[in-house]
Design a protein around this ligand. Structure first.
Ligand SMILES: [Cu+2]
Length: 368
């Protein structure tokens, strides 16, 4: 048994370096699946001899147009508008309690300093006091700071407790960080895919057939070719891990930032109040292209979510599985290869490599 485990681990490890190469080798081919229907986006049509992939329809599920200032930076100071219960609680704690408290303390200390400098200046106070003890003041300057710390600690610990006691999840998404892209897996639906940054049209590193970023995809450096789609008003559990080095899954509008560690699962949850497109980035320095692995989350109505799952070849929990060789209809591998069917050439290995590292992790875990 152990031998078989080792064999699997070794075989998988042999393939792993290919995964590390994936961003460079696949970005040139994968996005060809989705030529920009908009812009003068002629490139994709010329290259695919067989089944041409469906053109992108902006405004449809998976391609909703972001709202300026919501879920993305827009130059404003302060915290992004929050759209989850944890986000509301944390932002209110920061804006309504921490900031005023810090402000009040700073103003009080500054006032005390100025008053002391003026009142006890040498000309006004030629013979200084020789007091070295004052019980009342000593009690006060011990008790007041303790009271302030308690006043901060209580709501802070309450917030942590809410963060770490998630309600039962309606949807689970496994998020895996790779050098340098993200992959998302919906284990209950049999859907998984990779998400790469969209390059600019004039980027010399952009492949000939690679789709370029349109303003309707999102801001530069933040738009990705595939978005994680979530249903609004449902509890979503994120299981976060990494494939190679430490990444961090951060979406500011959700108040979510959690490290993605290889060989370890971190967990957090969100419940997004309203549909929209929300952008995030890898938030842990992970290598040369750390800045180029954005996170795109599109929140839609539950009905649209079910549609999207079906369009990705997945099934909703409780729905009848599709008939086929794999009768469960929920195999991540079959689901992962489905989108690639539209483009026969090099895209298939891309999905394959996305699965392989997970096999490595599982094999390694089986050893422990
Ligand atoms: Cu990273």
């Amino acid at each position: 048994m152990k031998l078989i485990g080792w064999a699997i681990a070794l075989a998988a490890a042999g393939l792993t370096p290919a995964a590390a190469q994936a961003p460079t080798s696949t970005t040139t081919t994968t996005p060809a699946a989705a030529p920009a229907a908009s812009a003068a986006g002629a490139p994709a049509a010329s290259s695919t001899p067989a089944a041409a992939p469906a053109p992108i329809v902006y405004g449809s599920v998976g391609h909703a147009i972001p709202t300026p200032g919501i879920g993305e930076p827009d130059g404003r100071k302060g915290i992004q508008e929050q759209v989850t219960p944890l986000g509301h609680e944390a932002a209110n704690f920061h804006n309504d309690w921490l900031l005023p408290l810090c402000g009040a303390i700073s103003i009080f200390v500054l006032g005390l300093l100025l008053w002391t400098m003026f009142r006890f200046r040498r000309s006004a106070n030629p013979t200084p006091s020789r007091n070295s003890h004052n019980t009342a003041i000593e009690v006060l300057w011990t008790v007041v700071p303790v009271a302030i710390l308690v006043a901060i600690a209580v709501p802070s610990i309450k917030l942590l407790r809410h963060q770490y006691t998630p309600p039962p999840a309606d949807v689970t998404v496994k998020v895996t960080g790779h050098q340098w892209y993200w992959s998302y897996e919906y284990p209950d639906n049999g859907v998984s895919f990779d998400s790469h940054m969209l390059k600019e049209k004039n980027d010399p590193t952009r492949g000939k057939d690679e789709r370029w970023r349109d303003d309707r995809d999102g801001p530069p450096l933040l738009a990705a070719d595939e978005r994680m789609v979530l249903p609004a008003g449902k509890v979503v559990k994120f299981i976060i891990t990494a494939d190679d080095v430490i990444h961090s899954f951060g979406v500011p509008a959700f108040w979510t930032k959690l490290d993605a560690n290889p060989g370890q699962l971190n967990e957090t949850w969100v419940k997004v109040d309203r549909p929209g497109v929300y952008f995030g980035q890898c938030s842990e320095l992970c290598g040369a292209r750390h800045a180029f692995m954005p996170i795109n989350v599109e929140v839609v109505t539950p009905a649209q979510y079910a549609q999207w799952i079906a369009s990705k070849g997945g099934t909703m929990p409780g729905a009848k599985p599709k008939p086929g060789p794999d009768s469960t209809g929920a195999s991540p591998v079959s689901a992962a290869t489905t989108p690639a069917a539209a483009q026969p050439q090099a895209a298939q290995p891309a999905s394959g490599t996305a699965i392989t590292p997970r096999a490595t992790n599982q094999a390694a875990t089986a050893q422990n």
